[in-house]
Design a protein around this ligand. Structure first.
Ligand code: GLC
Length: 420
């Protein structure tokens, strides 16, 4: 009896793995909000389908810290992690350590995905990562409070500042002394690069470095955008925002203590969940713009890559194909508001019912502004570090906007002379 059960279990496993041996893989997943749980569920479905096993390593929430972890692992040519969740700004930095997925999965593997992301993930004609979800900054606001105090969702940063101030003051006067006007990602890390690019680009101040690799940071509109953001600190934004990543901002907003929040779409289902104090009271619109520009959302997003040092390239690539496939992207869109990278899913009724702003802000997602990772290639890490550090100094009151952009111009020129 026992023997028979054992034999059929082996036969079953054999069938699921197509006769080959069951492999054991390790994947690194992000853990921001519900990200890790969503990753686990997808992986479990693949394990059941294939009979392989997957260990999940969770990674730090800050994209900047994740990058240094990956750089350590990859430069040691370690096979510890087979599949890696990589940021949209990293393909140029990590390409040499990653497999060309078209070689393993076929040349049409990414045909249904947004072309811009596929192009972003293609380095020297090699597709080094499959698009998993895209991202763009959006403005969350308290519908109930704006209505109560007679305001519309703001169109410009100046309007947002004024409305934030007004409601914050009124709420505090009414006894809610923890209320703040605006929370965002102000820590010196990749999230601040994303926020500050939005302030500048939406004020006609450019994108730090343009698509041709020219440094454009030293201009008045960029400086002005930084000065306006610095004026928020201690006024409509807490001093603590100088150390906020996505999750700290979400914590304040979700406990009812902020009128506005800049964040990525993942915060939507969490803000609407049962244990949120603001469920049913939240609206999402595109980010405000400056006096001389149009709303700009930084392009974010994450991709799945296979390490060159893996011992199981085919199986690892199969896992990537499964997780980035349409069914899994649909599930993640509905349950986690992770923006699909497959255009047709933006017309899917179940997806739109779960996340209405995937429809209303479709243009925001498809026209998001890229950080200058493509033109700066494997120097992007240095460029972003200089940028977020200088921006952080302005927010902290140590530099003016004009000083920061001029200093950045010299720093970026030095980086460019040495390398790009
Ligand atoms: C989000 C974006 C990613 C960005 C990061 C910054 O995770 O998807 O592209 O680098 O935020 O904090």
């Amino acid at each position: 009896m026992l023997k028979k059960t054992l034999i059929s279990a082996i036969a079953l496993a054999g069938a699921a793995t197509g006769g080959s041996q069951a492999a054991e893989l390790t994947i690194s997943c992000g853990a921001v909000g519900a990200e890790l749980a969503m990753c686990e569920q997808g992986i479990q479905a693949w394990e059941e389908k294939t009979g392989h096993t997957v260990n999940i390593v969770s990674t730090p929430n800050s994209s900047t810290e994740r990058l240094s972890l990956y750089q350590q692992i990859l430069s040691a040519q370690s096979s510890d992690i087979d599949v890696m969740q990589i940021d949209v700004v990293w393909p140029g930095l990590l390409a040499n350590h990653l497999l060309d997925l078209r070689e393993v999965l076929g040349k049409d593997v990414a045909a249904d995905h947004f072309e811009t992301i596929v192009a972003n993930n293609t380095v020297d004609d090699r597709l080094v990562a499959m698009p998993w979800f895209t991202d763009a900054g959006v403005l969350y606001y308290r519908k109930d409070l704006l209505e109560q105090y007679g305001h519309e969702a703001p169109e410009t940063w100046e309007e947002m500042t004024a409305v934030a101030e007004d409601i914050q003051d009124a709420e505090r006067a009414a006894g809610n002394d923890k209320m703040w006007g605006y929370v965002f990602q102000g820590r010196a890390y990749e999230g601040l690069t994303s926020n500050a690019l939005e302030w500048m680009a939406s004020n006609g101040g450019g994108t730090i470095v343009d698509a041709e690799g020219e440094i454009t940071i030293d201009n008045d509109k960029a400086a002005q955008a930084l000065d306006l953001a610095a004026s928020w600190i201690g006024d409509i934004s807490p001093e603590g925002a100088l150390n906020y990543t996505e999750e700290e901002a979400r914590g304040v907003f979700q406990s009812g203590n902020a009128v506005f929040m800049r964040n990525w779409p993942y915060a939507w289902p969490l803000a609407q969940s049962e244990d949120s104090d603001v469920a049913g009271k939240v609206g999402v619109v595109k980010l405000p713009h400056g006096a001389e520009g149009e709303s700009a959302a930084t392009l974010g997003g994450w991709n799945l890559a296979v390490s060159k040092y893996t011992e199981s390239p085919e199986v690892a690539a199969d896992l990537v194909a499964f997780l980035t496939g349409e069914a899994e992207q649909k599930r993640r869109a509905i349950e986690g508001a992770y923006n699909p990278t497959i255009a047709s899913l933006y017309q899917d009724e179940e997806v739109l019912a779960a996340v209405p702003f995937f429809g209303t802000l479709y243009d925001t997602f498809t026209n998001a502004v890229a950080r200058p990772s493509a033109p700066t290639g494997d120097n992007y890490g240095r460029v972003s570090n200089s940028f977020f550090n200088a921006t952080h100094s302005v927010l902290s009151g140590d530099l003016t906007g004009a000083e920061a952009v001029s200093q950045l111009d010299s720093e970026l020129s030095r980086i460019k002379r040495r390398r790009w």
